[in-house]
Structure formats: C-alpha cells, structure tokens
Design a protein around this ligand. Structure first.
Ligand SMILES: [Mn+2]
Length: 360
C-alpha cells in the first residue's frame, strides 16, 4: 500500500471516530509518523485539518529531516501533503474538535500548540491510530517475515558454534553481532539471555554468569528490519544431552499452552479471552508459575495492539500479527518460555518463524 493511502485511511477512521468530519488531528508518535509517511525521524508532527472532503495535511519537522520528508511525499499519489520547518503553528481549538494521541503528546507540546491550553478539551485518538497500524498490509508482512528470517538464521548460527562456557553477556553480544551480519538494522530490543536459575526471571538482564552444561537457557531476541520488529523466544540446552524428565515435563506443558494459544488466536477473539483460555488450560499448579501475559501485537513497535493480556478488550482481526509466549518459571531453578509471532488469516493464523519450537 502506498503510504499516502494510509493517511487517507486514517482520515476515514477519524471521521468515523465521532461521526464528525470537521476536526483537527495532530499525530506526533514516532511510529505513527513513520507508518503514515515511510520516513524515520525523531522529530515530526503531522497536522490533519479536515472539513468534509477537504483535508489539509502538513508535516512539521526540522532541517535534519526536511529533505527526507519532501522526497517521500513527492511520491504520494493520492493526497497533497505539505512539509514545513520551524515552530509548530499555534491553533485555536474552539472551531473544531482537537484529536490527539494523549499517551504520546506531552503536556509541554500540548501547551505550545494550543493558544489557550487551559480551555482546550481534546479527544484521545490513540486507539484509532493503534488499530489502523495493527492491520498489516503485504509490504509490512514481508518486512516482518524478513526480520523473522534474519532472527531464525542468527539463532541457528549461534547454536551451531555453541554457547557452553560463555557468559550470558558474551552470548548476548555474539547473537547481536550475528543479527547484524544477517541483515538486521539492529536488535529489536535488548536481547535476553537467561541461563540456569536466572531463567526463572522472565525479563532477566544478561549477567556475567558462565553457562554450564546442565543449564537450560532462555533466549528472547529479535531483528529490527526497515522499522519492523521480530520477536522470538527459544529455551535451549547448553550442551548436547537429553532433557531431564523434569525439564521435559515443563517443556511439554509450555508447548501445550502455546498450541492452545495459537488455536484461540483468530478473527474475532478478544485479547483477554485468548490469555484466559491459555491460563485455564494449565494445571492449577502450573498456573501459579505463568507470571506474565500471553502475547502482544508486533510491528513498528515491539509491543503494540492487539494485546493478549488480562483485561484487554482488543479484538483480533485479519492481518494482525501477534506473539504467543507462554512460560513457566520456578524461582531460582529453571524457566521455560516459547514464543513465536503469528499472522492472523481468514483460516486461523500462520507462524512467521520456521525454527523448531524445541531445538533438540
Ligand atoms: Mn514478546
């Protein structure tokens, strides 16, 4: 999809938002601006001034990005967009409803923009933007798939050389290096390497602990590629040995929970229901050891709509891409997590990674 089509789709969604076609929407979340313009920047504010079928769209940035935005926007086929530098224009908000993403815009910026901020009421369009971005077009899926393939190949290369005797930090650095060598722009997020007893902490930071032959090691990592993120977790043996009976039991339980999550992730399912179904499928004992939420959408941000977490009312739609990542953690002993991202299709969903879920 041409990115200018995305702006038009946003305008249509904003008209539906409150059934009002006169509004001023201001978008300043960096991922939203990237989504709408295809330009990565640290300073962009998009004004959409709408009245009926008449839309004036302006991107405000600074000299560092002016040329990039101008050339991206020259290619727009379906809408006129103006690029400008300098101070953000002040607006009077009495004429039209003001639409902003309240979780993105700072109070400082709000006060800069609004002539009389103390009198201004606003309407939060955060969810409108999140939902628009959550449905991935083919180009986006392609980038997510490439990011995932880079991650797959990097993990296999890491494990081929082995990780026994290295510290967690050394493994983290090597995997990050492999991600770059395989074509990632950067890791998606700080790579998690949690070995042995450290693996019972779901978001452990890598330490200088040396990986031992009897360890299970949680590797949670991803590649960022052209703005899109992959997110995968595997729990691997540090040496060439059989799983112990206790490890095998935990892995089977996590795999069963994962499969149940995959079955439940389909068009029309609700975030909290997917999470709850997985929790309900576990034994009462295991349930105590599943200490985080089930999954999340992934795209321009590593965690985005739809959230598969308790209390989430997010509704799963076709072409959502979301992770399923159940885990079981036994404090000070062991942890197992298996995570993959799935694209929701009309027949269910399709896994993006081609790594085996348990690496023998
Ligand atoms: Mn994740």
């Amino acid at each position: 999809m041409d990115t200018s089509e995305r702006i038009l789709r946003l305008i249509e969604s904003l008209k539906d938002f409150q059934g009002n076609d006169a509004f001023l929407a201001i978008v300043d979340d960096p991922s939203d601006c990237l989504y709408l313009t295809n330009v990565e920047s640290s300073n962009a504010v998009i004004y959409i001034d709408n009245k009926g079928s008449d839309s004036t769209v302006s991107v405000y940035t600074d000299n560092r990005y002016y040329e990039k935005f101008s050339s991206a926007i020259r290619k727009f086929s379906s809408i006129q967009v103006k690029v400008a530098i300098g101070e953000l224009p002040k607006i009077s908000c009495s004429a039209k409803p003001l639409y902003i993403d309240a979780s993105s815009m700072s109070i400082a910026r709000f006060r800069t923009i609004c002539k009389d901020a103390s009198l201004v009421d606003y309407h939060d369009i955060g969810k409108v933007l999140q939902r628009l971005r959550s449905v991935k077009d083919d180009l986006e899926v392609e980038k997510l798939l490439t990011a995932t393939q880079i991650a797959d190949a990097s993990l296999l290369a890491l494990l081929q050389k082995g990780i026994l005797g290295m510290t967690e930090i050394e493994v983290q650095r090597r995997l990050d290096q492999l991600l770059l060598e395989h074509g990632a722009d950067s890791p998606s997020f700080p790579t998690i390497i949690a070995s042995g007893p450290n693996a019972s902490m779901p978001h452990a930071t890598p330490t200088d602990r040396t990986i031992e032959a009897t360890d299970l090691v949680i590797i949670d990592f991803g590649a960022s590629y052209k703005g899109y993120h992959s997110d995968t977790t595997r729990t691997v043996k540090a040496s060439n040995r059989e799983f112990t009976a206790a490890e095998a039991r935990i892995i089977e339980a996590v795999l069963a929970a994962h499969s149940l999550g995959v079955e439940t992730l389909k068009i029309g399912s609700i975030g909290n229901e997917v999470d709850q179904a997985v929790r309900d499928s576990m034994s009462a004992d295991d349930r105590e050891h599943f200490i985080h939420s089930l999954g999340h959408g992934v795209g321009l941000e590593i965690h985005e709509y739809p959230f598969l977490v308790p209390n989430s009312t997010d509704k799963v739609e076709a072409d959502h891409v979301a992770t399923i990542e159940p885990g079981l953690y036994f404090a000070g002993k062991v942890g197992v997590r298996i995570e993959d991202a799935y694209r929701v299709t009309k027949n269910g969903n399709v896994r993006l990674s081609s790594l085996p879920q348990v690496i023998a």
